[in-house]
Design a protein around this ligand. Structure first.
Ligand code: SF4
Ligand code: SF4
Length: 105
């Protein structure tokens, strides 16, 4: 079975794309409860991937990032100031940068 690669420095890398708050998240799930998408533990799942540096999973599920409506409910609700809405935008920027550099990966 193929193992996904993990980059423990990824939350720091994400600062280049606009958000460095991934480590603030303690996975309470409040953002999932208020997100109108109500789908697949979004956005917490993506934030957890970012914390772990599970970039292959982020890229594999990247289409979900473009479902975000930018309503800001998650960021207003987050008790830790993790700003999940901004994290989602940062993950989009990371994904676009990755695809620009490595279009076939
Ligand atoms: S509400 Fe904030 S702390 Fe809770 S899971 Fe979402 S991002 Fe993490
Ligand atoms: S900003 Fe995006 S991720 Fe956050 S609650 Fe709204 S739709 Fe969901």
């Amino acid at each position: 079975m193929k193992m996904d690669l993990i980059d423990p420095e990824f939350p720091k890398t994400l600062e280049r794309f606009g958000a460095g708050s991934a480590f603030e998240c303690f996975n309470c799930g409040s953002c999932v409860a208020v997100c109108p998408l109500v789908s697949g533990h979004f956005p917490r799942k993506m934030i957890r991937y970012a914390q772990l540096g599970a970039t292959e999973k982020i890229l594999r599920d990247a289409k979900d990032l473009w479902k975000c409506l930018h309503c800001g409910l998650c960021s207003r609700t987050c008790p830790r100031g993790a700003d999940p809405g901004e994290l989602i935008l940062s993950l989009r920027r990371f994904t676009l940068d990755h695809w620009k550099r490595w279009p076939n990966v």
